[in-house]
Design a protein around this ligand. Structure first.
Ligand code: URA
Length: 433
C-alpha cells in the first residue's frame, strides 16, 4: 500500500477499507508514515468525513495500537464515565466515589488538560502525594480494596492516538467527528470496563460547538461502544456556561469535595446525580429512580466523601486535606474582576473562560509547562445573574500579579452583559441510550 493513494482516495470522497485503515494506524504507531502524510489524511477526513464502518475500523485500530487491558481480576462490574472535555468540569471527582460507594467498581484512566479544557489527572495532582502513575497490578488491588482508583493513561494505551492528537492539535483538525470518536473510543475500549457513560459537552466551551454535532457524536460513540460489547449511554450536556463556580485545579478539587458533602453548586450537583444514577442504572443496580435515591443517600450520609478520602489515601495522597479542604494552599495573589456595565449576564464564551484560567497558570501552553495548582478563577456571577456596574463578577488567583491583566481582559471579553435575562437552558439536553 502507498500512503499517497490512501490520502487521494479519501480526498476524492472514497471509502477506506479496513485493511487501509489498519495499515495507516500501524504506520502511525511505528513511525513509518511521516507527519505530513498523517496530517494530510486527517485534513482529508476532516473535509470528507467517514461512514460508521470506517470510524469503527479507525477506533479499533487505535485501540489495538497498544496494550488492551484485562481487568478480570477486579471483582464485579466495572463502570466508567468519560467527558468529551469542558470548563470547570470536575464531575469525575464526584461521581466516581459515589458509584464506588454503592458497590460498582470504578477503575478509571483519565487524561490531563487539553487546550482550554481541564483534566482529571491535573486536578488530582493538586492533592499532595497523590500518585496517578501506579503499576497495573497495584491499581487493580486498590480497585478491589477501595472500590475505586484513578490513574493517568499510560503511554502504551492507544499510542497511535497520542501521535494523531498532537498533529491534529496543530493542523486544525481536532473538531472532526470521526477523529474525535475514534480518539476517545479508541482509548476507552483499550480499558476493560463493562459499562461506559459518556458526557458529551456541547456549546462554546466544548470541542463540538453545535447541538446537532454533539448529538451525532454521542450516537456514534454509543454505537461503536455497543459494537465492541460495552453497555453504553451518553448524556448531552450544556457547555455554554462553566460547570460550577470553580475553574482551576485545587479550586475544583475543593468544589468537588463540597459537592460530595452535599454543599455543591446546583448545576454541578444536578449533573453529578444524573451521571452517577445513569452509571448505576447501566450496571443494573436498580431502576433509575432507585439509583438516584441511593446516590442522594451516599452524599447525605457521607459515604461518598469517605470513599473519595480512602482512594486518596490508597494512592498516597493526604487524606486529611480531603476531610479539611482549608489545608489547600491559596495562590499568592488574587484580583477581583468587576462588571463594566449593569445588566444581566446574557451569555458567556466558555472557551474564553477556560483560556483565562490558562493565562493564570492553571493549564499548559506547551506539553512541557508545569501547572500552578492554586491558580484559577472563582466565578461570583454566572449566566442569568444581574450585576451592577463595578460589582465583582469573578475572583482570579495566580502566582504572579502580571498574569491578571490578560486573564481579566479575556474574561471580560468573554462575558456578554445585556438588558434582558437569557432564556434558561436545561443542563442535560438529551440522553442517547
Ligand atoms: N478528547 C480526546 O481524547 N480526543 C479528542 O479528539 C477530543 C477530546
Amino acid at each position: 500500500m502507498r500512503m499517497c493513494d490512501i490520502i487521494r482516495k479519501k480526498r476524492d470522497g472514497g471509502v477506506l477499507s479496513d485493511a487501509e485503515i489498519k495499515w495507516f494506524i500501524k504506520g502511525v504507531k511505528e513511525g513509518s508514515v511521516p507527519d505530513y502524510q498523517i496530517s494530510a489524511l486527517c485534513m482529508a477526513i476532516y473535509f470528507r468525513g467517514m461512514n460508521i464502518e470506517e470510524t469503527t475500523a479507525l477506533t479499533l485500530a487505535i485501540r489495538d495500537s497498544g496494550k488492551v487491558l484485562d481487568f478480570s481480576e477486579i471483582n464485579g462490574l466495572r463502570v466508567d464515565k468519560h467527558s468529551t472535555g469542558g470548563v470547570g468540569d470536575k464531575t469525575s471527582l464526584v461521581v466516581a466515589p459515589i458509584v464506588a460507594s454503592l458497590g460498582v467498581k470504578v477503575a478509571k484512566m483519565s487524561g490531563r488538560g487539553l487546550g482550554h479544557t481541564g483534566g482529571t489527572i491535573d486536578k488530582l495532582e493538586a492533592i499532595p502525594g497523590f500518585c496517578t502513575d501506579i503499576p497495573l497490578d497495584e491499581f487493580k488491588k486498590i480497585v478491589n480494596r477501595v472500590g475505586i482508583a484513578i490513574v493517568g493513561q499510560s503511554e502504551d494505551l492507544a499510542p497511535a492516538d497520542g501521535k494523531l492528537y498532537s498533529l491534529r492539535d496543530v493542523t486544525s483538525t481536532v473538531d472532526s467527528m470521526p477523529l474525535i470518536v475514534s480518539s476517545i473510543m479508541g482509548k476507552k475500549l483499550a480499558a476493560d470496563d463493562d459499562c461506559i457513560v459518556l458526557d458529551v459537552k456541547t456549546g462554546s466551551g466544548a470541542f463540538m460547538k453545535t447541538l446537532d454535532g454533539s448529538r451525532e457524536l454521542a450516537h456514534q460513540m454509543v454505537e461503536i461502544g455497543k459494537r465492541a460489547g460495552k453497555r453504553m449511554c451518553a448524556l448531552i450536556t450544556d457547555m455554554d456556561r462553566p460547570l460550577g463556580y470553580a475553574i482551576g485545579n485545587s479550586l475544583e478539587v475543593i468544589e468537588a469535595i463540597e459537592t460530595l458533602k452535599g454543599n455543591g453548586p446546583a448545576d454541578l450537583t444536578e449533573l453529578c446525580i444524573t451521571l452517577a444514577s445513569r452509571m448505576l442504572f447501566l450496571a443494573e443496580k436498580g431502576t433509575l429512580a432507585e439509583c438516584e435515591a441511593n446516590v442522594k443517600r451516599v452524599i447525605e450520609n457521607g459515604e461518598a466523601l469517605n470513599t473519595f478520602a480512602n482512594m486518596v489515601e490508597a494512592q498516597g495522597g493526604e487524606k486529611s486535606w480531603i476531610l479539611d479542604s482549608s489545608k489547600f494552599p491559596k495562590a499568592k495573589y488574587s484580583y477581583t474582576v468587576k462588571a463594566e456595565r449593569s445588566g444581566y449576564i446574557s451569555s458567556v464564551d466558555t472557551e474564553g473562560y477556560g483560556t483565562s484560567s490558562l493565562l493564570l497558570g492553571a493549564g499548559r501552553n506547551t506539553a512541557e509547562d508545569t501547572i500552578d495548582s492554586a491558580a484559577g478563577i472563582i466565578l461570583i456571577k454566572k449566566n442569568g445573574d444581574f450585576v451592577e456596574e463595578g460589582e465583582a463578577i469573578a475572583e482570579l488567583f495566580a502566582e504572579k500579579e502580571e498574569y491578571f491583566e490578560n486573564a481579566k481582559n479575556k474574561l471580560l471579553a468573554s462575558t456578554v452583559i445585556g438588558s434582558t435575562p437569557p432564556c434558561s437552558v436545561p443542563l442535560v439536553l438529551d440522553i442517547v441510550e
